[in-house]
Design a protein around this ligand. Structure first.
Ligand SMILES: NC(=O)C1=CN([C@@H]2O[C@H](COP(=O)(O)OP(=O)(O)OC[C@H]3O[C@@H](n4cnc5c(N)ncnc54)[C@H](O)[C@@H]3O)[C@@H](O)[C@H]2O)[C@H](O)CC1
Ligand SMILES: [K+]
Length: 521
């Protein structure tokens, strides 16, 4: 499913109205009806239940007034509190405001501090609150009075349904500047907004329902919308099938070059994850001093000893050996646990210029490129880079705070600059491709913030590349499946106690469920 900015959503709205002739008030009616249905879903029978609707002066408020009408018609006792003066309301919102008044219903205006007092009484008596104050038209900072109202709603302890986006959250960034509504559910229209996917906005939205308000699909699927919310159906459609007469050669061969003294775990997690993702063959090449260790730790993964330096990290002399191994591999996964030993870093940089197979570059493999990012564009094959914010900061010379300030823009910029698929790990993880597509992940949890989790992701992406997915789709599907497996593991073991190995153990189960859907479909 594509994701829209406020401006893109507005353009879609206008195209629906002007190109297709769907009156805006029809879109608003559909929007309000979906909000009323969400209230019914939360309250059950709404007859004689009290619903308090806080409405702003714009179309978000208009949606709230439509919901008020439908809930009133279903027997609910609806109170509308307007954070504007009636004369400020225009357009489609005014149409619905006038209908509400023509029905003999009251509206309580709250435009100055002296009118605030009844708010707490309304909240004490209500069964549920609808937040229709601001939607995608919100910019900047919430004014003091609206802030007091929002804080009272948040403190009121009643269920809250937000219209389109929690009021006070910026639609394009998820940023909050002052107060904002914290909802139990958000009904958003047409397409998800970025502000519902990025924190702190994402943490204020509650359960998100994406409502079809009869915008023509051609407008929602417009290729000009380059940002995608990663979902189960999308990823399932990318997974390779398994023909009855297939053999392991059909599923590719992965070479994992990883490990150093004390970091055999990273190497094994990445290699095993590639195997668990379905690659036909996986070989793990490590510094020769660690070879016996990984031999004993792994069964399905083949292993290979490489020349090392006395620090038991890879030596530049490993280059020709790795190149000969690559003759029999379809994918290279490079970096987990390599160490930042200068000789090893030099090997990584030389290797990237010579490879001809797609390469997933992670961890110390990425650190070796700090100050040498020009090598990305000269790589011999497509790259998938998987930095966490710290590695991204080292690669770009920016601070982690700079990176966090606008992760989406950063991912898009550096994917294009480095002409590589870029997985910027975080909450949510982002996958940016040089062609301009960006995928926002919808799975994962804070329990996965543990050592080794990234190594598992590297292996998953390599395993998908080996099975023929493009670098863009292997990275996006890999991020989704990694988070899906992490959610399944956390459901079983909680978040605090979660280990990277638990993600690995949950992987086959979530893949099985996806496969079943593929075959069922
Ligand atoms: N296809 C759709 O998505 C549809 C969306 N609809 C709804 O329309 C709103 C967007 O409405 P808009 O009139 O553009 O603005 P808002 O209602 O979000 O904002 C109200 C009003 O608030 C003012 N404002 C902005 N920032 C501030 C601030 N910091 N302090 C005070 N006031 C502020 C600004 O002037 C706005 O006009 C969308 O979210 C949907 O709910 C359609 O109804 C259906 C189709
Ligand atoms: K809202």
């Amino acid at each position: 499913m594509r994701i829209a900015t406020a401006r893109e959503m507005r353009e879609i709205d206008l195209a629906a109205i002007n190109r297709y002739g769907i009156p805006g008030v029809v879109l608003m009616e559909n929007a309000g009806l979906h909000v009323a249905n969400a209230v019914r879903a939360m309250l059950g029978n709404v007859r004689d239940r009290v619903v308090t609707i806080f409405a702003g002066k714009g179309n978000n408020g208009g949606d709230g007034l439509v919901a008020a009408r439908h809930l009133h018609n279903s027997g609910a006792r609806v109170k509308v509190l307007l954070l504007a003066r009636p004369e400020e309301i225009t357009g489609d919102a005014a149409v619905n405001f006038n209908i509400w008044i023509n029905m003999g219903q009251d509206v309580y205006s709250i435009t100055q501090d002296s009118e605030f007092d009844p708010v707490r009484l309304f909240l004490a008596e209500t069964d549920l609150v609808v937040d229709a104050i601001y939607g995608t038209g919100f910019r900047g900072k919430v004014n003091d009075l609206a802030g007091r109202v929002m804080e009272a709603v948040n403190a009121g302890g009643k269920p809250v349904v937000s219209v389109d986006i929690p009021s006070g959250v910026e639609a394009d960034t998820g940023k909050v500047n002052g107060a904002c509504i914290r909802a139990g559910a958000t009904v958003t229209f047409g397409l998800p907004k970025l502000g519902l996917l990025f924190h702190p906005g994402a943490g204020c939205a509650g359960k998100i329902k994406i409502a079809d308000i009869s915008i023509p699909p051609a407008l929602l699927g417009n290729d000009g919308l380059k940002r995608h919310l990663l979902g189960r159906k999308m990823v399932r459609g990318w997974l390779p099938g398994r023909a009855a007469d297939s053999h392991k050669g059909n599923y590719g061969s992965v070479l994992v070059v990883a490990g150093s003294a004390g970091m055999t775990g990273a190497a094994c997690l990445a290699a095993e994850a590639a195997a668990r993702t379905g690659a036909g063959l996986v070989t793990l090449a490590v510094p020769e001093g660690l070879h016996q260790i990984v031999e004993t730790k792994l069964t399905e993964v083949m292993t290979y000893p490489l020349p090392q330096e006395k620090s038991q990290s890879l030596s530049p002399e490993a280059l020709p050996v790795i190149m000969s191994l690559l003759d029999k591999a379809d994918v290279l996964a490079l970096g987990p646990g390599l160490s930042t030993n200068p000789g090893t870093a030099r090997l990584v940089r030389e290797l990237l210029g010579k490879i001809s197979a797609p390469c997933v570059l992670d961890a110390d493999g990425l650190n070796a490129l700090a100050g040498h990012t020009d090598i990305f564009k000269k790589a011999g094959a497509p790259l998938v880079l998987t930095p966490h914010p710290g590695e991204m900061a080292r690669l770009t010379g920016l601070s982690t705070a700079d990176i966090a300030r606008d992760r989406l823009a950063g991912a898009e910029k550096y994917s294009s600059l480095w002409q590589s698929v870029l997985v910027l790990k975080g909450a949510p993880s982002l996958v940016a491709a040089p062609g301009g597509n960006v995928y926002v992940n919808s799975t994962g949890n804070p329990g996965m913030a543990a050592g080794g989790s990234g190594d598992v992701l590297t292996g998953i992406i390599a395993g998908l590349l080996a099975q023929g997915l493009s670098p863009e789709r292997a990275a996006a599907a890999g991020v989704y499946l990694h988070g899906f497996a992490g959610d399944r593991a956390a459901a079983r073991k909680g978040m605090m106690g979660l280990l990277a190995g638990d993600i690995l153990l949950a992987l086959p189960e979530v893949l099985r469920e996806m496969e079943a859907e593929v075959f069922r479909a």
